[in-house]
Ligand binder design. Structure first.
Ligand SMILES: Nc1ncnc2c1ncn2[C@@H]1O[C@H](COP(=O)(O)OP(=O)(O)OP(=O)(O)O)[C@@H](O)[C@H]1O
Length: 311
């Protein structure tokens, strides 16, 4: 099932949260919805799910708006915020949902197992860690076995192991099960290894959409490579001869711009220069994301003025 967003616009008073936003979310892939804080991601997802009415534009599921879907629970599963009755077990929470949605209560145990909460599901949700609550929210979204999943910052509060699990889980839902997965985040690093495609927004507007591969090729050469060697003069000369810009720093450090670590490593190897360290300072993609969204954070940090600092 394809999700299509077109001309979506929403203001709150004088704040234009979303402006003429359009993008598509394809089945069988994970689409990362990226943007800094306040870019309008949550507002967009709420409009997609029919929770708030747009001032203009539309969001449809194979051409049908959410409000007109004959079986919304069996079409779209969403995680927007994670609020549970603290005294109720995760399992009971899911069973209540099953009854309300007309689903068999046995579905509760199936989704608990799918998200790794088979045992913890019998404990009070009030005692769950943030990561467990995220898993329970995901289980709730999966109850109706929907072809579309819309998740707002599902990685929030997950530890590194949880993030790794979520990444594999979302990719499985999309690639193996053919679902349409739209997942928001303000961190590119989180999405880089999870999403197949990204939609980047800044200040409520579309900044870029495309596959991670397209984005990466557009960002090529934007990164900085750091190499540490006991023979910095020689490495800088070798790289310079190869047309790379290489600056010698202190402590045997050479900073190279406009090259990948693989290119720098290959040149060093062929010249017989010993390397003690070789790494990308930032990926080209991160630089690109930063440039695309720079200055569009709602609470962009400003340097304190000298007077302010003195006070
Ligand atoms: N109900 C509301 N009333 C007034 N302003 C709102 C409301 N909801 C959102 N906004 C404003 O709309 C803008 C976009 O907010 P939104 O929450 O959609 O951004 P976001 O990209 O999800 O940010 P974050 O990553 O911080 O969650 C912000 O300026 C926000 O203050």
């Amino acid at each position: 099932m394809r999700v299509e967003v077109s001309g979506l616009t929403k203001s709150f008073g004088t704040v234009r949260a979303v402006s003429d936003l359009g993008f598509t979310v394809e089945p069988g892939s994970v689409t990362g919805f990226l943007g800094p804080n306040g870019a309008g991601k949550t507002t967009t997802l709420r409009m997609v799910l029919g929770l708030i009415t747009p001032d203009a534009g539309s969001a449809t599921f194979d051409g049908v708006p959410y409000a007109a879907l004959p079986d919304p629970v069996g079409t779209v599963g969403a995680v927007l915020e994670t609020a549970f009755h603290p005294a109720r077990s995760g399992r009971d929470h899911l069973r209540v949902y099953c009854r309300a949605a007309g689903l068999p209560v046995s579905r509760a145990d199936e989704v608990l197992t799918a998200v790794g909460l088979a045992t913890a599901g019998r404990r009070r949700a009030g005692g769950y860690s943030l990561g467990m609550r995220q898993r329970l929210a995901l289980a709730t979204a999966l109850l109706g076995d929907p072809p579309v999943l819309v998740l707002d910052e599902p990685a929030n509060g997950l530890d590194p192991e949880g993030i790794l699990w979520l990444r594999g889980f979302l990719r499985h839902l999309a690639h193996e099960e053919g679902r349409t997965v739209l997942v928001s985040s303000h961190l590119l690093s989180e999405m880089e290894q999870t999403a197949d495609r990204v939609v980047i927004v800044g200040a409520g507007r579309l900044v870029r959409q495309g596959s991670i591969t397209e984005l990466r090729s557009g960002a090529q050469g934007a990164g900085t490579v750091l190499a540490r060697t006991p023979d910095a003069d020689r490495l800088a000369a070798v790289l310079g001869d190869a047309g790379m810009s290489a600056d010698r720093g202190t402590d045997g450090l050479v900073t190279v711009t406009g090259a990948t670590p693989a290119e720098v490593g290959a040149r060093a190897f062929h010249a017989g220069v010993e390397l003690h360290e070789l790494r990308a300072e930032t990926t080209g993609l991160e630089d690109l994301y930063f440039r695309l969204t720079a200055g569009q954070e709602q609470f962009a940090a400003t340097s304190p003025t000298p007077e302010g600092a003195a006070r």
